[in-house]
Structures are given as structure tokens and as C-alpha cells.
Design a protein around this ligand. Structure first.
Ligand code: 5GP
Length: 125
């Protein structure tokens, strides 16, 4: 069931197409729960997107509707990706946009993983 008041999942979105292999990506990690690939327009030296395999529009949808197994598997995958990329010691930032005010562009839940330089203030401006 979609989250009340939010549109249903649209399986033509760009990340759904990447998951189906219809559009290429620069993959950095994949397991049963998550796919991670480089952002096409990186905003930091490392800018990786991590997406769940299931059809969830946003964090709101994922947190409400995904199973405990999917949520656990996804969060563990994010940690493994950051560790395997060697980002723990210098540090990194996770960000998930949700809905209109956040500027979320792609309606498939994703976490941005930024790293590679001091990242400055959390919310510029
Ligand atoms: P949002 O604003 O939805 O949180 O972030 C969407 C992100 O997806 C943006 O950073 C954008 O650069 C990235 N993006 C959009 N289209 C593609 C694509 O086709 N391939 C990849 N790798 N990233 C994309």
C-alpha cells in the first residue's frame, strides 16, 4: 500500500530502469537488498547513490512499507559500501531527500553518500 497522500510508485522512473538493467550505471555494489552506483552529476569527489531493490517512492514509503528484513538489509548495505570505499576514517555524509520541499527528483527511495573532502555546513545558505 502506498503512503496515504503520496502518489503510487511509478516504475518508469530512472532508478527503476537502472535496476532492470535498461539504463547503464557505474555500479559500486549490489546485494539482495541494495544497488549502489555513482551519481551522474557528482556534488563531491565521492557521490554514490544507494537504492533499495524494492519499489519504494521515498523514505516515507520505505520506512512505512518495507519489511524489517529489507530495511535492515538496506541499512547494512549502506554501511558496508561506505566501509569498502574507505570512507569511515575521513568521514562521509548520508542524505535522503523526501518530497517537494527537499527537492527530491527521482521517485525511488535513495540515499546519497557524499565524501572525499570536508563537506561544510549541513544545509548551505
Ligand atoms: P534527488 O534530488 O532525487 O535526491 O537525487 C537524484 C540524484 O539522481 C541526483 O543527484 C542526480 O544527479 C541523480 N541522477 C539522475 N539521473 C541519473 C541517472 O540516470 N544516472 C545516475 N547515475 N544518476 C542520476
Amino acid at each position: 500500500m502506498p503512503v496515504s497522500g503520496l502518489p503510487p510508485y511509478d516504475d518508469t522512473n530512472i532508478f527503476a530502469r537502472i535496476l532492470r538493467g535498461e539504463i547503464p550505471c557505474k555500479k559500486v555494489y549490489e546485494d539482495d537488498f541494495a544497488l549502489a552506483f555513482h551519481d551522474i552529476a557528482p556534488q563531491a569527489p565521492t557521490h554514490v547513490l544507494v537504492i533499495p531493490k524494492g519499489p519504494y517512492c521515498s523514505f516515507a514509503d520505505f520506512s512505512a512499507c518495507a519489511s524489517d528484513n529489507e530495511i535492515g538489509g538496506f541499512i547494512r548495505a549502506v554501511g558496508v559500501i561506505a566501509k569498502d570505499l574507505g570512507l569511515e576514517a575521513p568521514g562521509y555524509r548520508l542524505l535522503a531527500n523526501m518530497g517537494e520541499h527537499s527537492g527530491q527528483e527521482v521517485p525511488h527511495f535513495h540515499v546519497h553518500l557524499f565524501a572525499g573532502r570536508p563537506l561544510g555546513r549541513m544545509i548551505p545558505g
